[in-house]
Ligand binder design. Structure first.
Ligand code: NAG
Ligand code: NAG
Ligand code: NAG
Ligand code: NAG
Ligand code: NAG
Ligand code: NAG
Ligand code: NAG
Ligand code: NAG
Ligand code: NAG
Ligand code: NAG
Ligand code: NAG
Ligand code: NAG
Length: 735
């Protein structure tokens, strides 16, 4: 039995079919009634708000006088397109989400000269996009998104076109010249276009990152979170300290936007039924504030879409994430008026999985507008890419309060990891300066204000050979330090990684001097005396001119002895740890000087202090050096890749390194003296004694467990916990 609610106007020959349902065991299902085909004088047919059963009846092909045919959201069956062949008077044709599987060749589009708006999105239409469609002289809005179109884009378009959606197809090739024409909205997201730099210059940037294989950051993630204050023109700090980015782009019926840090993106498609631009809002602002929410500002704006709104997380480290979506309905008043009858219903997908079907913000909020609600999901990111899709599937009330307030609506998004990230949420400062962001584990013993004070102190310590700390932020619960970014990476990569940098002797000598000057400043010249505690090649960064800069200084002060921070361990790094520090935990600047001695030798030798792949006797750099030094062949450790080097300087560096690594801290010169000796201003003290720790290695050399646990093993693995440090002390004590 059919139960139909049809509004038919004889005056205008319009028919609106609001519901046409057949009562079945499973509830309501609907079918498009066949009898429409026997009303050939109809000019306007619009079926909204139904989940019709397919296929579309062939009899509709009789309606050759139609100027408007709007049909959407057919739930089953498969339809072809041929039934529109003779509807050549159409100016407005919407067959969206109708399960049409066909090729556009089935219809001669040249005959549809009246078409102004054509929406065949969310079907399964195959083949190439015919030139005949793009040439239609009156066509303004074209939506062919979410189909299976292949091939290249046609060469020409009609000047009437204002908005074109080709997103989510299989289109390829480079872009035709019209693609970059001004005042054309063009959404090409999720295809396979070849985007040379020139091609896409006039399009919003970031399209490359939104092609099907999401090439940006694939395999090299930079972020572990993002948050967006949807539609907002100022960023907002949430009550949990999450920073919600601005999202003010006017997206219109077919556009996208990628954030300046290439951290997230958004894509919108869909034309509201009424064409008047004033109704076509994709951002709406609340007429009132939200006293009931801690984060009222998040809800003052919202993004809205007539069809499909997708947010993307870009360059995310793979893993398990929590996605929090926040909503509030404010398009419909709570007053007892007809406008309050408005219903907004949409679906939510995360990573392609349907999370909410027929989601209704107001219903979820207990039937109230202006009441915030949220939804939280866990999801897996496996290709450094996350997609949140809000999709209008035809339900709700498209004409309340006016046409143009239906479809998805969202106020804020935040995505955070359920794991400890290894990336740094890196990027650029808003002014374009490159930055590096370092994440610290949360400090348990320090309050926020102490943390802030400490960071301010560190930021005040500035020197040419120290990495500049721009500032800090607290992202959620995680403190982040924002440093200048140094493009030539770390010294350990340049020396013994696969970096393309080739360091000749003069460069190496300058790098040694630079590090020495930076350390001198920290120890002796800065207003706050700072012991670095973790000097190593990995903590020296190189700028464009190869000027060395010490990073991570001052971090030790932010933490307890026992606590660790993410990239470097507070107890120092094995191989660089001075014996008195390793054995008795005694920490003075002399521990830094010891570590600097190790770094100097690594630079001269072009190898790490320990390399277990080398022949016996060379595994430990210092053991090898001492054996050569005692035979007066110290220059034998110089990197064989150095075709030529200054022998006097190299020998001086070696001798200073031996002084710096003396077993007793008192025998090691202060940094200012080290600089003077390196530059030749001071004599290099000739008296060095072979430290006893060298002999200890020789005695214990064969014992693997001793090698990994003892400072003298010089392994490159970090001392990661205080438990291991204790073990280390005990082990060394026995030795
Ligand atoms: C189409 O219209 C013709 C006459 O205009 C009518 O005879 C025919 O039955 C209609 N077809 C359908 C399927 O309703
Ligand atoms: C569509 O679904 C309805 C109800 O579930 C079913 O009766 C009908 O046969 C289906 N049609 C097709 C073409 O699968
Ligand atoms: C369109 O009209 C032509 C000529 O009247 C007719 O032969 C053809 O079958 C019609 N096509 C459809 C799909 O109704
Ligand atoms: C399509 O229609 C145009 C305009 O009516 C006509 O010139 C052309 O021959 C038609 N093409 C085909 C393949 O029927
Ligand atoms: C889309 O069409 C192709 C070819 O007609 C078919 O193989 C495929 O299964 C269809 N996909 C869907 C989702 O209907
Ligand atoms: C869009 O197209 C894809 C196939 O490419 C399909 O799986 C999906 O269901 C379509 N619809 C939506 C709403 O994403
Ligand atoms: C920013 O948004 C507010 C509403 O929240 C709006 O009134 C204001 O005009 C907007 N400012 C700009 C510069 O767009
Ligand atoms: C993802 O994290 C959630 C919450 O931490 C957890 O319940 C879920 O089991 C995790 N899923 C996977 C696949 O790891
Ligand atoms: C989500 O909503 C629940 C229930 O209203 C609320 O208790 C919770 O604080 C909200 N979460 C966030 C992060 O806003
Ligand atoms: C530093 O790195 C940049 C980019 O990798 C490179 O172009 C430049 O040549 C490097 N500088 C030196 C001195 O090698
Ligand atoms: C070598 O460099 C590539 C690309 O920069 C990097 O992915 C790889 O991990 C590096 N390998 C080593 C051993 O450092
Ligand atoms: C360690 O020594 C081996 C053998 O000479 C060499 O292939 C490897 O590159 C060295 N490793 C490092 C990090 O220098």
């Amino acid at each position: 039995m059919y139960l139909c609610f049809i509004m038919f106007s004889y005056a205008t020959c319009q028919i609106f079919l609001f519901a046409c349902r057949r009562v079945s065991g499973n509830g309501f299902t609907g079918k498009i009634p066949n009898f429409l085909g026997s009303l050939p004088n109809l000019v306007d047919v619009a079926f909204h708000g139904n989940s019709f059963e397919g296929p579309i009846p062939e009899s509709l092909s009789n309606l050759t006088k139609l100027t408007t045919l709007q049909l959407g959201d057919i739930v089953n069956g498969s339809s072809s397109l041929a039934f529109i062949s003779n509807m050549t008077s159409l100016s407005n044709l919407i067959l969206r989400n109708c399960r049409i599987s066909d090729n556009l060749g089935a219809v001669n589009f040249s005959m549809f000269a009246q078409l102004i708006s054509l929406d065949l999105s969310f079907n399964n239409i195959t083949g190439q996009i015919p030139q005949s469609i793009l040439s239609l002289g009156n066509l303004r809005f074209l939506s062919l998104g979410n189909n299976s179109f292949t091939g290249m884009l046609p060469e020409l378009i009609s000047p009437s076109l204002k908005s074109i959606d080709f997103s989510y197809n299989q289109l390829t090739g480079s872009l035709p010249s019209w693609a970059t024409q001004n005042n054309l909205q063009l959404n090409l997201v999720a295809n396979n276009f070849f985007l040379g730099s020139a091609d896409s210059s006039a399009l919003p940037s970031g399209l490359k990152c939104l092609q099907r294989d999401t090439p940006c950051f694939r395999g090299s993630p930079e972020y572990y979170s993002f948050a967006v204050n949807c539609g907002a023109n100022s960023s907002t700090r949430g009550s949990d300290d999450t920073i919600y980015d601005v999202d003010p782009s006017d997206l219109g019926a077919a556009s996208y936007y990628v954030s300046s840090q290439t951290r997230w993106g958004v894509s919108n498609v869909g034309q509201y039924f009424s064409f008047s631009a004033s109704d076509a809002k994709n951002i709406i602002y609340s007429p009132q504030h939200f006293q009931n929410s801690d984060d009222s500002k998040l809800f003052e704006s919202a993004r809205m879409s007539a069809s499909s709104l997708r947010y993307y997380g870009l360059g995310l480290e793979n893993g398990n994430y929590t996605v929090l979506l926040q909503f509030v309905e404010f398009a419909f008043p709570d007053t007892q008026t007809w406008q309050s009858l408005g219903r907004r219903v949409f679906n939510i997908y995360v990573q392609g999985h349907l999370k909410e079907k027929n989601f209704d913000i107001r219903k979820t909020a207990g039937g109230k507008s202006f009441t915030t609600v949220n939804r939280s999901y866990t999801t897996i990111v496996s290709e450094n890419f996350l997609e949140i899709h809000l999709f209008w599937a035809g339900k709700g009330s498209p004409r309340i309060p006016t046409e143009g307030y239906y479809g998805p609506m969202i106020s804020a998004i935040s995505v955070s990891p359920n794991f400890t990230p290894t990336v740094r949420n890196g990027g650029k400062l808003p002014d374009g300066r490159d930055i590096a962001v370092k994440q610290l584990s949360q400090s348990s013993h320090q309050g926020k204000s102490e943390f802030v004070t400490e960071v301010e102190t560190i930021s005040a310590v500035q020197h040419r050979n120290l990495v500049k700390l721009h500032g800090f932020c607290i992202d959620g619960k995680t403190p982040l330090l924002v440093y200048e970014y140094l493009e030539n990476g770390s010294l350990d990569r340049a020396l013994f990684g696969n970096s393309s940098l080739i360091l000749d002797w003069a460069m190496r000598f300058e790098i040694i001097l630079g590090i020495a000057r930076g350390l001198t400043y920290l120890h002796e010249e800065s207003s706050v005396r700072i012991v670095h505690r973790d000097i190593k090649a990995g903590n020296v960064l190189l700028d464009t001119n190869l000027t060395p800069k010490i990073s991570d200084f001052g971090l030790a002060k932010l933490y307890d002895e026992s606590q660790t921070h993410v990239s470097t361990k507070i107890a120092g790094t094995m191989g660089y740890v001075a014996p008195e520090y390793a054995m008795r935990g005694r920490l003075t600047e002399k521990a830094d000087i010891f570590a600097f001695g190790v770094v100097m030798l690594e630079i001269v030798a072009g190898r790490p202090n320990t390399n277990n792949s080398l022949e016996e006797g060379k595994i430990y750099l210092f053991e090898w050096l001492w054996s050569l030094y005692e035979k007066a062949q110290a220059l034998g450790i110089v990197d064989p890749n150095l075709n030529e080097f200054n022998k006097v300087e190299a020998f001086r560096v070696i001798c200073v390194a031996l002084l710096c690594t003396q077993g007793s801290p008192h025998q090691r010169p202060p940094m200012s003296k080290v600089v003077a000796m390196l530059t030749g201003e001071a004599e290099v003290a000739q008296v060095v004694t072979k430290p006893s720790y060298i002999n200890e290695w020789l005695l214990k050399g064969g014992n693997q467990s001793y090698v990994t646990c003892s400072y003298s093993g010089f392994t490159s693995s970090d001392v990661s916990t205080s438990k291991e440090s204790k073990h280390l002390t005990t082990g060394a004590g026995h030795g």
